[in-house]
Design a protein. Structure first.
Length: 67
């Protein structure tokens, strides 16, 4: 199993945002920052999928697939 590589970073963030975010997650700073980065990644993936709308022909008979 491949371990996730990590990188130590130093960031300056507004304290009010950090406090609200850690309160929402109920976790510490590192876990909260990771959750935020993961959410940003998911948002980018959803955006990429939306750009494909109408570009892929998908022919499926839903009733037939349920048999």
């Amino acid at each position: 199993m491949m371990k996730n590589r990590v990188r130590k970073i130093t960031i300056n963030v507004p304290l009010s945002i950090l406090e609200r975010a850690t309160h929402v997650t109920g976790q510490g700073i590192t876990s909260t920052v990771i959750a935020g980065l993961q959410e940003l990644d998911k948002k980018a993936q959803r955006s990429a999928l939306r750009k494909l709308k109408g570009k892929i022909h998908f022919d499926l008979d839903l009733d037939e697939s349920r048999k």
